[in-house]
Write a protein that binds this ligand. Structure first.
Ligand SMILES: [Zn+2]
Length: 84
C-alpha cells in the first residue's frame, strides 16, 4: 500500500504518513496513521520508539507493518510516497 506524505501528524487524517527526526543523530522516521482505526505508529527512526522497521531510499518499509492497536487487523506492506 502506497501512503501519501503529509507535513504533520494529525490523527484525523488516516492512511498517510508524516516525517520525524529524532535525537542528535537526526534519525529519520515516519509516523504512519492507520487507515482503519486512525491509530498512529512510528516506523524507522533508528527504532527509537520500538519499531523494528527499516525504510529504503524509495520509501519501502520492511518488514510489513502491523497496526498495534487492539481490535485492529491492519497488516500491509507499505511504501512511503515522497520519502526522499
Ligand atoms: Zn489500526
Amino acid at each position: 500500500m502506497n501512503l501519501p506524505r503529509v507535513p504533520n501528524y494529525d490523527d484525523t487524517n488516516r492512511g498517510v504518513w508524516s516525517p520525524f527526526v529524532y535525537g542528535p543523530e537526526r534519525r529519520q522516521g515516519a509516523v504512519v496513521v492507520c487507515p482503519d482505526c486512525g491509530g498512529g505508529m512510528s516506523v524507522g527512526g533508528g527504532n527509537v520508539f520500538g519499531s523494528s522497521h527499516a525504510i529504503a531510499g524509495d520509501g519501502t518499509v520492511t518488514p510489513s507493518v502491523v497496526c498495534p492497536y487492539a481490535g485492529c487487523s491492519w497488516h500491509v506492506f507499505v511504501r512511503l510516497e515522497g520519502w526522499r
